[in-house]
Design a protein around this ligand. Structure first.
Ligand code: NAD
Ligand code: MG
Length: 397
């Protein structure tokens, strides 16, 4: 049987998820022709990707980077059109010829292009969790209206999705689900003496023991704000509340999350920590396709450990839980404050432990409003960024 061909746009193709996505696609080139590749400003890698995948469009946000790419491509035998700017990201995410969109831009910059894909009914492979954290209600409403299939790529949510009952998951309780177990490795500082946290460097924070990822999510994993963002993400994706979800620390990252049923059964999805597995699952669903990931060697793993979350070490999880309780734009503000704080830490303006205090300081002063429209969400994102900038300046002086 001939498989149907799906044209795909990859938002954030030069990043960690983007590169893994192209690796999976290279194994199924005829089935997933690349319609568009997009990135911020990495001309060298984009050039290489364009030459290999020959997309219809290549988008670089940065105008001068796009011009450079155009010049470099003019000497080659490719018909790829180079575009630049934010509108171009939305254009390739919502183009009528596109079937699938990989949403793998990092942070709030991914919100509008991801929403463009969601509101035009694409299959959206969602890696960009910040988009959902910022705009959950609107995002899910638009998906419902357009018929978009939102498939989670975040490994935990992909695992939960794989362990969910096959048919009706619109109401978990009536589907027999008792709870969701969201696993987290605890990151690089799970067992570092608490007193040493103050002086850890960006390099140490980005050296995750199990996963190789972009800088921002690596720092989020080190503070465990990543688990907080994932808690919010899970509430929206699985139409549930935080009291239905337990966080479990599992340092080996072999089990990627679990679903417990009323009869006491606990289903876990396991595999090597390699994002090509959830990416291949999202591309192939409901079928399984080759991802290039090697077999899990359980003898080599030999042991699976579980621990409770250490809330003193990881205060960011509590901040995220509080933001969910606030509702409305509470989680928009949390995300914005965290992005500002992480970038200040990466630029060595504040110590690691100040990430949580900057976010806490913003959340103390921030007044949530109803997240009724995209304009309100963007306005509140800006407002929270301003509050966070003030907190960072306060700490730096
Ligand atoms: P990354 O930093 O490696 O890559 C980010 C990509 O976004 C790059 O292609 C970059 O060019 C592009 N980009 C950055 N700023 C941009 C802007 N302003 N406008 C347009 N494009 C921009 O990040 P990553 O690790 O690949 O993560 C991407 C997303 O996937 C994040 O939301 C992250 O939370 C999520 N995620 C990543 C992993 C992982 O293993 N890396 C796992 C789960 C979820
Ligand atoms: Mg994850």
């Amino acid at each position: 049987m001939i498989e149907s061909v799906k044209q795909i746009s990859i938002l954030g193709s030069t990043g960690s998820i983007g590169i893994s996505t192209l690796d999976v696609i290279s194994r199924h080139k005829n089935q997933y022709p690349v319609f568009a590749l997009t990135a911020n400003n990495n001309v060298e890698l984009m050039l290489k990707q364009v030459l290999e995948f020959q997309p219809k469009f290549a988008v670089l946000l940065d105008v001068s980077a796009a011009e450079l790419l155009r010049q470099r491509l003019s000497k080659k035998q490719v018909s790829t059109e180079v575009l630049s700017g934010k509108d171009a990201l939305e254009y390739v995410a919502s183009h009528e010829k596109v079937d699938y969109v990989m949403a793998a831009i990092v942070g709030a910059a991914g919100l509008l292009p991801t929403l463009a894909a969601v509101s035009t009914g694409k299959r959206v492979l969602l890696a960009n969790k910040e988009a959902l954290v910022m705009s959950g209600d609107l995002f899910m409403q638009q998906a419902k209206l357009s018929g978009a299939q939102v498939l989670p790529i975040d490994s935990e949510h992909n695992a939960i999705f794989q362990c969910m009952p096959e048919n009706d998951t619109s109401d978990l309780q009536t589907s027999g689900v008792r709870r969701i177990l969201l696993t987290g490795s605890g990151g690089p500082f799970r067992s570092l003496p608490l007193g040493s946290l103050e002086s850890v460097t960006p390099e140490q924070a980005c050296a995750h023991p199990n996963w190789s990822m972009g800088q921002k999510i690596s720092v989020d994993s080190a503070t465990m704000m990543n688990k907080g963002l994932e808690l919010i993400e899970a509430c929206w994706l699985f139409n549930t509340t935080q009291d239905f979800i337990d966080i479990v620390i599992h340092k080996q990252s072999v089990i990627h999350s679990m679903v417990e049923y009323n009869d006491g059964s606990v289903l876990a999805q396991m595999g090597n920590p390699d994002m090509r597995t959830p990416i291949a699952y999202g591309l192939g669903w409901p079928k399984r396709i080759d991802s290039g990931v090697s077999s899990l060697d359980l003898i080599q793993v030999s042991q699976l450990d579980f621990e409770p979350l250490d809330r003193e070490r990881f205060p960011c999880v509590g901040l995220a839980e509080h933001a969910i309780k606030q509702g409305g734009t509470g989680t928009t503000a949390l995300n914005a404050a965290n992005e500002v704080a992480v970038s200040a830490f990466l630029n060595r303006q504040i110590p690691f432990t100040a990430i949580a205090s900057v976010v806490a300081g913003v959340m103390d002063r921030y007044q949530r409003v109803d997240a009724d429209s995209i304009d309100i969400i963007l306005e509140q994102d800006l407002l929270a960024r301003r509050l966070a900038d003030e907190q960072v300046k306060c700490r730096a002086c």
